[in-house]
Design a protein around this ligand. Structure first.
Ligand code: ADP
Length: 358
């Protein structure tokens, strides 16, 4: 009976594409009586050259004593092991160094309730005794001035911007710096400068958490923020519709790419609560975000209803957690905040600024 060593011997003197000895390309030998099954692994982009080598190997093995049948198959070579690229070098941002946890609230597209979630999450974290800031980095449609009823301009202290305050939160918004009436096309070139100004030139002081209301989407501006800021985690907001979910998946992928931990996904406008009869209607086929979160292997953080009170309180510049902290609507965000706080405190610390090379 032929042995594996006999089979390898038959391949002596045979070479694969590029002149490498064929015996070295054998990735498996299976002998069953007089039958030999051999697999060769090769680069699939050289399939034709490998086919010639495969036939030669089959002939040689079949001619070996004790072998009547030889089947040689080609398998794709595993991609050469490439060392994982080093994490992007982030410059330490001194203005952010006294902040324990920086959390990005992001969405794949606009209008899904990202700012509403950011504001109420920040209020929820503050309700648990944390010192909290909100950075409204939604350069395309800053919402924090409206959500918190802030119209003043921030003052400058020692060459840095002092955040405004509302409900005990420190707040900085693109909307304080750029006139809302300036057309978007003019704002464009200001965007990157404004982002770096907001990241590097705000006196936050000591904070337990800074909630960043990200610009919607996954373009360059979002990627730049995700890369530059030592994020402790990201919360992704989505509505249950398929289209929003596709975009939410992109947002998850973007944070994974920059190796920022994803705290989880929240489904906003998950179901409609009728203010008259209290009935619940699942307008957008509730549950899609939970399902997608499971599929992507990220946590599901909860669902907020499509609810008049949430919109009215936001429009009245008193987000629901501040306006009616005991309401069931506020409870949704207080629960979200409690989960986020626990996740931040228990996850392996990766985001402390001192891990970044300055
Ligand atoms: P984004 O930041 O994603 O663009 P916003 O938070 O500004 O979205 O929300 C868009 C609009 O939808 C706002 O008018 C807001 O008040 C309203 N909204 C957001 N979430 C809810 C909700 N759960 N129920 C009712 N209205 C909501």
């Amino acid at each position: 009976m032929a042995t594996e060593a006999d089979i390898l011997k038959t391949l002596e003197g045979l070479y694969g594409p590029g002149g490498a000895p064929l015996a070295g390309a054998v990735s498996g030998i299976n002998l069953s009586g007089a039958k030999a099954f051999v697999s060769l692994s090769g680069d699939p982009s050289q399939a034709q050259a490998w086919e010639a080598a495969r036939l030669a190997a089959e002939r040689a093995i079949k001619a070996a004593p004790g072998i009547e049948q030889a089947v040689v198959t080609l398998t794709a070579e595993r991609a050469p092991r490439v060392e994982a690229p080093p994490p992007p070098q982030r410059k330490g941002i001194p203005a952010l160094e006294k902040i324990r946890f920086i959390v990005a609230v992001a969405s794949g597209k606009g209008g899904v309730g990202k700012s509403t979630t950011s504001a109420n999450l920040a209020l929820g974290l503050a309700a648990q005794g944390w010192r909290v800031g909100v950075l409204d980095a939604d350069v395309y449609g800053p919402s924090m001035p409206r959500l918190f009823g802030l119209t003043e301009k921030p003052t400058v202290e020692g060459g840095k911007l002092a955040p405004l305050e509302a409900y005990g939160l420190k707040i900085m918004s693109m909307g304080f710096l750029v006139d809302e009436n300036i057309p978007m096309v003019w704002r464009g070139p200001m965007v990157s400068q404004a982002i770096s100004q907001m990241l590097g030139e705000v006196v936050w002081g000591e904070l337990d958490a800074l909630v960043i209301d990200m610009p919607p989407g996954t373009g360059d501006v979002q990627l730049t923020i995700a890369q530059q800021v030592p994020l402790a985690g990201a919360v992704i907001v989505s509505t249950p519709q398929d289209l929003a979910l596709i975009d939410a998946r992109r947002a998850v992928a973007m944070f994974q790419k920059v190796e920022a931990p994803i705290l989880g996904v929240i489904e906003n406008m998950s179901y409609f609560l009728c203010p008259h009869c209290g009935g619940r209607s699942e307008i957008f086929a509730h549950g899609g975000a939970r399902h997608d979160a499971e599929q992507m292997g990220v946590s599901f953080l909860g669902e907020a209803p499509l609810d008049m009170k949430i919109r009215e309180t936001s429009d009245a510049s008193r987000p629901v957690v501040a306006a009616e902290p005991d309401s069931p609507q506020a409870a949704v965000y207080l629960n979200l905040a409690a989960k986020v706080k626990t996740l931040l405190e228990t996850q392996k610390r990766r985001a402390a600024p001192n891990i970044f090379v300055s």
